[in-house]
Ligand binder design. Structure first.
Ligand code: PEP
Length: 248
């Protein structure tokens, strides 16, 4: 039985002092033994967030990292820097990073490999645009994203990975995918993992749905057989996140 994982993506929101306030506000609301709870916060607040979350069930994740160990990459954050301060998750290849910061499937793959080298769990994002959905190429497109993201990733690493299926048309738009649409794609992702690796790996990997998840939609989405939780943007900044974590 896969353990659910519910992660918040704070994006470019909250100052460091606001981060402490929000973590303290959410701590009692997200306290659960039934799911992993991750807050992915802006880089500048990671150290403070790790401190603020100590003693709670909240684990802290980054929203991005570079794929090199160190070097002349002004403004970037190295995986070892995350590891050093106790960051255990990192979102890789969010559609906003692909769209605004030229991330490609190839850089996603390099980052996934590097995260595993440092024992950091990647939350690997994939998802189609509205045009791709209307053209009927959603599954083909996502299979390609997954196949490239997992190149040279070992079966044991893949078992520990998290994939976030996030249809771009549902992110920040208030248009949540139906549970049937989300399940169809998450099932196809699991089948793709089974083709790349084997059925054990496919049964172990956790696949989240992301895209306008709210306290109202979480229960039905997370009840789908191939959906193991969610990656939540807007609603992760509000007390509603507690209801999403305790969706049952
Ligand atoms: C996201 O940014 O990963 C996301 C799913 O955002 P939202 O929940 O706001 O659609």
């Amino acid at each position: 039985m896969r353990r659910k994982i519910i992660a918040g993506n704070w994006k470019m929101n909250k100052t460091t002092s606001e981060t402490v306030t929000l973590i303290n506000q959410l701590k009692p609301l997200v306290a659960t033994e039934e799911a992993d709870v991750v807050f992915c916060v802006p880089t500048i607040s990671l150290t403070t967030a790790v401190e603020a979350a100590k003693g709670s069930n909240i684990q802290i994740g980054a929203e991005n990292m570079h794929f090199e160990e160190n070097g002349a990459y002004t403004g970037e954050i190295a995986p070892g820097m995350l590891d050093d301060i106790g960051v255990r998750y990192v979102i890789i290849g969010h559609s906003e990073r692909r769209e605004y910061f030229a991330e490609s499937d190839v850089t996603v793959n390099k980052k996934v490999l590097k995260a595993f080298e440092h024992g950091i769990t990647p939350i690997v994002c994939c998802g189609e645009s509205l045009t791709q959905r209307e053209q009927g190429v959603t599954i083909d497109f996502i299979r390609q994203q997954i196949k490239i993201a997992f190149l040279n990733v070992t079966p044991d690493q893949a078992k520990a990975a998290v994939i976030a299926y996030e249809p771009i048309w549902a992110i920040g738009t208030g248009k949540v995918a139906t549970s049937a649409q989300a399940q169809e794609v998450c099932k196809a992702i699991r089948e793709c993992i089974a083709e790349i690796y084997d059925t054990d790996t496919a049964a172990a990997i956790r696949i989240q749905y992301g895209g306008s998840v709210t306290a109202d939609s979480a229960a039905e989405l997370f009840a789908q057989p191939d959906i193991d939780g969610g990656l939540v943007g807007g609603a992760s900044l509000k007390p509603d996140f507690g209801k999403i974590v305790n969706y049952k």
